[in-house]
Design a protein around this ligand. Structure first.
Ligand code: AKB
Length: 315
C-alpha cells in the first residue's frame, strides 16, 4: 500500500483527490495537509497536518513522521491571482516543487504527482487541437512556473531517476470545493449563480472557447497515471489531457435546458487576455495511447450532475 501525502488538500482538486485516495488506499494510508484548517470536510476526513508547502523542513518532518513514499503536490497560486502577485506566485509554485523533487532525489520519498496546466501554452501556440509537443511561450506568471516546472520534472527524472508524473489540467469543474484565483473559474461560478440567483455576469466574453473537464474525470486521470506501469509513462514533463471544450455561451445554453429562466451577461475583465492566450482545444493522444486515458463527462452530463448536486447543497 502506498503511504500518501497530499499538499494543498484543502483546495478544489486537492480535496477531491484526498477523498478518492482515502477510498482507494484506506484512510490510515493517506495524510491530508494544508497551510490552514479552512476545509473542514478535509480536516475531519482522517489524518490531517498543517504543512507549509514553501518550507522544506515542514514537509520533510511530515514525510518522516508518517513514513510517506508518495506526494501529490496540489498547492499552487493560479493564473488570475498570479498576475496580481507575480513574485509570490513564482516563489510558492517553484519552492514547493523543488522541495518535493529534492525529497525524492534525497531518497525520502519515491513517487510524485505534480499538476501542470494548459497555461503552459501561449499566444504563439496552435490554439486548436494543441499538440503535446509544440511552441510554448506562456504570458502569465502561473504559466511560466508551470512550463519551467515541467522542465525540472523531466530533468529530475532523467538525471536522478525521480518518478515524477504530471498532467496539464484544463479548467476543472466541480461542486464540492470552490476553485480560487483561476481564469477558468467562471465555469464553476456560473452553476452556483444559476441555482442561487438565476443569473450570472461572466468575466469572459461569450465566444471564448477553453478546454475544460469535470472533476471526476480529472481525479480518474490522476489516479490512472499514478497507477500506470513506469514503462508506460513515456512523457516525464507533463501529459496533455482533454475532455470537453466550450464557450460561456454554450455552457449557459446547457444550463438553460435545466433552468430555462437563467440569464447570462458579459463583462470581460483582465482575465479575458489570459483566456485569449490559451488553447481552445487540446490533443491528448499521447495520454490516450500510453496509459489508456478516456473521459466520461460531456457538457450535458456534467451540467446535469452539477445542477443535481448543487440543488441538494443549497436546499
Ligand atoms: C486557471 O484558470 O488558472 C487554472 C488552470 C487552467 O490551470 N484553472
Amino acid at each position: 500500500m502506498p503511504r500518501v501525502l497530499i499538499i494543498g488538500a484543502g483546495g478544489q482538486i486537492g480535496s477531491e483527490l484526498t477523498f478518492k485516495l482515502k477510498d482507494i488506499y484506506g484512510s490510515e494510508n493517506v495524510v491530508a495537509t494544508d497551510i490552514n484548517f479552512n476545509n473542514l470536510d478535509v480536516v475531519n476526513s482522517g489524518l490531517f497536518e498543517i504543512v507549509d508547502a514553501q518550507d522544506y523542513n515542514s514537509i520533510r518532518t511530515c514525510v518522516e513522521k508518517h513514513q510517506i513514499d508518495t506526494i501529490y503536490l496540489m498547492a499552487a497560486m493560479l493564473s488570475a491571482t498570479g498576475e496580481k502577485y507575480p513574485m509570490k506566485a513564482w516563489d510558492l509554485n517553484m519552492d514547493s516543487l523543488f522541495h518535493v523533487l529534492n525529497l525524492a532525489k534525497e531518497g525520502f520519498i519515491k513517487h510524485i504527482f505534480w499538476p501542470s496546466s494548459i497555461a503552459v501554452f501561449g499566444p504563439t501556440t496552435p490554439q486548436v487541437q494543441t499538440p503535446q509537443h509544440t511552441t510554448m511561450e506562456p504570458t502569465t506568471v502561473y504559466g511560466i512556473t508551470k512550463q519551467v516546472g515541467e522542465r525540472w520534472c523531466e530533468y529530475y527524472h532523467t538525471k536522478y531517476g525521480v518518478d515524477v508524473r504530471s498532467l496539464r489540467y484544463p479548467g476543472i469543474i466541480s461542486w464540492k470545493t470552490m476553485p480560487g484565483g483561476g481564469t477558468t473559474d467562471y465555469a464553476v461560478e456560473i452553476y452556483h449563480k444559476a441555482i442561487l440567483e438565476g443569473e450570472y455576469t461572466c468575466f469572459l466574453s461569450e465566444n471564448t472557447e477553453l478546454p475544460m473537464m469535470f472533476m471526476d474525470d480529472a481525479i480518474n486521470a490522476t489516479v490512472q497515471l499514478m497507477q500506470a506501469n513506469p514503462e508506460d509513462v513515456k512523457i516525464r514533463s507533463s501529459y496533455n489531457l482533454a475532455a470537453i471544450n466550450f464557450t460561456p455561451k454554450q455552457i449557459s445554453e446547457a444550463i438553460q435546458k435545466h433552468i430555462p429562466e437563467f440569464k447570462i451577461s458579459y463583462e470581460p475583465d483582465f482575465r479575458q487576455q489570459i483566456a485569449d492566450s490559451w488553447p481552445k482545444s487540446i490533443n491528448d493522444t499521447s495520454a490516450r495511447t500510453d496509459w489508456n486515458w478516456k473521459h466520461e463527462f460531456d457538457l450535458e452530463k456534467m451540467t446535469s450532475e452539477m445542477i443535481t448536486q448543487l440543488r441538494k447543497t443549497y436546499k
